[in-house]
Design a protein around this ligand. Structure first.
Ligand SMILES: [Zn+2]
Length: 99
């Protein structure tokens, strides 16, 4: 029998750097050097996390946080496609399009 901890795993948002329960964050995973949104939260690979808020997504883009975690420069097209994946995945709960 495996024993489970009752505390939820905490993860840190790459934008605001606050630690939050994993289920309140969006998980990304690196496929090679390309970040993809991990809807299941269980994809294999090195993951990083972002709050489910348009604010943190904008902050991440502004501070080039994606470049830092991917260890390379993402061009605007790649960032836009990543944000596009987000709005597809979290429709209704998210409005990350530029206003
Ligand atoms: Zn955040």
């Amino acid at each position: 029998m495996r024993r489970h901890k009752t505390t939820k795993p905490m993860r840190r948002c790459i934008a605001c750097r606050e630690s939050k329960p994993q289920d309140e964050l969006i998980r990304f995973v690196l496929k090679g050097q390309d970040p993809v949104v991990d809807i299941s939260g269980r994809a294999e690979g090195r993951g990083f996390y972002l709050c489910r808020s348009a604010e943190c997504i904008k902050t991440a883009v502004k501070r080039k946080a994606f470049n830092r975690v991917c260890k390379r420069n993402l061009d605007e097209k790649e960032i836009n496609s990543l944000i596009g994946q987000l709005s597809d995945s979290y429709q209704g709960g998210m409005d990350v399009k530029e206003s």
